[in-house]
Structures are given as C-alpha cells and as structure tokens.
Write a protein that binds this ligand. Structure first.
Ligand SMILES: Cc1ncc(COP(=O)(O)OP(=O)(O)O)c(N)n1
Ligand SMILES: Cc1nc(C(=O)O)sc1CCOP(=O)(O)O
Ligand SMILES: [Mg+2]
Length: 292
C-alpha cells in the first residue's frame, strides 16, 4: 500500500525527475541527492520512455522514497501509480478527469492537478484535488511553448486557494525569493535541481529560502500533530521536525558549521536529511561561532 501518512501533504520542496538534464548520471542517484538535500516529495515524470521503463523506474523510486519517508507521485499514469504503490498521481488539464482519477484511486491517494488560471485552480479545489500546481510561473524549456502565468497567478492562488498549491515552471535559486514573496510556500523544480552538479546543495539552498520566508510553517504545521518530544541541548521541547535537517532549520542553523549528536552518536551532514527525529530523542547541536 501507499504510505499511510502521505495525505498530510506536508511539503515545501517538490522535485520532479528529468533525465534529459543529467546525461551520464542515473536518475536514482540524482533523486537520492535531492532527497539528501531535503526534497520533501518526488514525482516521476517521463514523457519519452516506454511504459515498461516508466514502470521499472516507478518501482525503483518507490524503494528509494520509502527509505527517506517521502511521498512518491507518478505523472500521468494511474495504473503505474497503483501497481508501484505510489502515494498518488499528478494530472494535467488534458489528462484523465479528476473525478475519474478519484474513482480509480480511492479517497486515500494524493491527486495533484496542474492549473494555469485561478478559475482552473478553484475548480480543481472544488473537485477534490489534494494539491494544485500553479504554473508555469516563468517560461521553461521543460515545458516549451507554454505561456507563463507569472507571479500574478501565484498571488491569486495565495489569496483564494485553500488546499496546498505548489508554484512550478522556470523556478531557480535566482527567482525563488520573488515567487515566495508573491505568496508561494511550496515550490517545485525540475531543471534547476536535477540538472545541477550538486542537486543536494541546490535543494538545501531552496529549503533555506523557503524556511527563512516561513519559519512558522515548520514550527506549527499540521493542526492534528502536536509534535515530537525531544531534548535539544538539554532543553525538553516539542518539534514538528521529522529529520535532523528540519530540526537544524528550525533552530536557524542551516547556514552554520554544526556538529550533530543524536542519542550520543554523531550524525554526519550527508545523513541529516534522512535521519528521523524520534520521540524522546536527545540531540546536541554544537555550532561554532566566529573563525578559527
Ligand atoms: C507539480 C506539477 N505541476 C504541473 C505538472 C504538469 O502536468 P501536465 O500539465 O499534465 O503536463 P505533463 O507534466 O504531463 O507534461 C506536473 N507534472 N507536476
Ligand atoms: C512539468 C511542468 N509543468 C508545468 C506547469 O506549469 O504545469 S511547468 C513544468 C516544468 C517545470 O520544470 P522546470 O523546473 O525545469 O522549469
Ligand atoms: Mg500530464
């Protein structure tokens, strides 16, 4: 079955596969780098591969995303999503209808819908979408020929949409602050992440920007989740952080030199994003002030 907690849709950074952007590197390695950097949700999107190859990649990504406790969404193919036990599907305006997709997938799986105007966004929300894509915010080579909706639609979505919405299309580290300023608290990227030499570093940078804009999101998240009881540097507290990396972000230490000890064991930086925070965890966050 799909992972039971996935419907919480507690994400800030959404990464989509794009194998044409990383010739010579395996899709699984690149996406694992994105997960190490803090990507919160992964979509398998492949518009050119055979259905059999997409199916095989879906199974591989299912194993990988499970290891990181991150939801997996399949673009376009409901049958593959069901077979690979993905958490949901993403559908566009010209794909299968939302109503039919819901009938096939049932109430528990995630359905995301692409929207390109506030009318489409409100319709998807009324139709029972779990999240919507808002884009393309900027022109993008990943979806050539599609007119940009600009940050005006991001602003409208922030004002009127009550389900999670994710800004997508041409989003880079160079413009993400503008997208966030327009009202996005979730962003999605393909080329900027999977085409990077260091996808983990790019994801970390995206997460730092998203967190800086909305730190309260990580501190007070789902209404039904009071947080995990932990002891940080000797102080008992509750945290919504699911991983060491999220805890570091909540303590605003993402740009600092930090050594992390969890239950007496050092956690190396490469493992921060995939090391879960458990109830009763004793965490020491030692950061170095100044040079030398
Ligand atoms: C998160 C997200 N938003 C939008 C899309 C685009 O979906 P669609 O319009 O169906 O186009 P294709 O991706 O199928 O080319 C998406 N995949 N994900
Ligand atoms: C797949 C997709 N859908 C979009 C939409 O607006 O519906 S924009 C897009 C491509 C996003 O890729 P990049 O981050 O490389 O621009
Ligand atoms: Mg589609």
């Amino acid at each position: 079955m799909a992972d039971s907690t996935s419907k919480k849709l507690d994400f800030q950074l959404y990464v989509i596969t794009g194998t044409n952007y990383h010739p010579g590197r395996s899709m699984i390695d690149v996406i694992e780098q994105a997960l190490i950097g803090g990507a919160d949700i992964v979509q398998l999107r492949d518009k050119t591969a055979s259905k059999q190859d997409i199916r095989e990649n879906a199974h591989k990504l299912r194993q990988l995303t499970r290891r990181y406790g991150v939801p997996l969404i399949i673009n376009d193919h409901i049958d593959i999503a069901l077979e690979a036990e993905a958490d949901g599907v993403h559908l566009g305006q010209d794909d299968l209808s939302l109503a039919e997709a819901r009938r096939l997938l049932g109430p528990d799986r995630i359905i995301g819908i692409s929207t390109h105007s506030i009318e489409q966004g409100l319709a998807a929300q009324a139709g029972g979408a779990d999240y919507i894509g808002v884009g393309p915010v900027y022109p993008t080579g990943t979806k050539p020929g599609r007119a940009a909706v600009t940050t005006s639609y991001v602003q409208e979505a922030a004002e009127q949409i009550r389900i999670p919405f994710v800004a997508i299309g041409g989003i880079t580290l160079g413009n993400v602050d503008t997208v966030i300023a327009a009202g996005a608290s979730r962003v999605c990227a393909v080329s900027e992440i999977v085409g990077a030499d260091d996808p983990a570093a790019v994801c970390r940078a995206f997460k730092a920007r998203l967190h800086a804009a909305a730190p309260q999101r990580s501190e007070v998240q789902a209404d039904d989740f009071a947080g995990t009881g932990v002891i940080v540097n000797g102080v008992a507290q509750r945290t919504t952080a699911r991983t060491v990396w999220e805890l570091i972000c909540q303590h605003r230490l993402e740009d600092r030199r930090v050594v992390v000890e969890l239950d007496g064991e050092i956690v190396v930086r490469e493992e921060w994003s995939c090391t879960p925070i458990h109830e009763g965890a004793a965490v020491e966050l030692v950061h170095f002030v100044g040079g030398g």
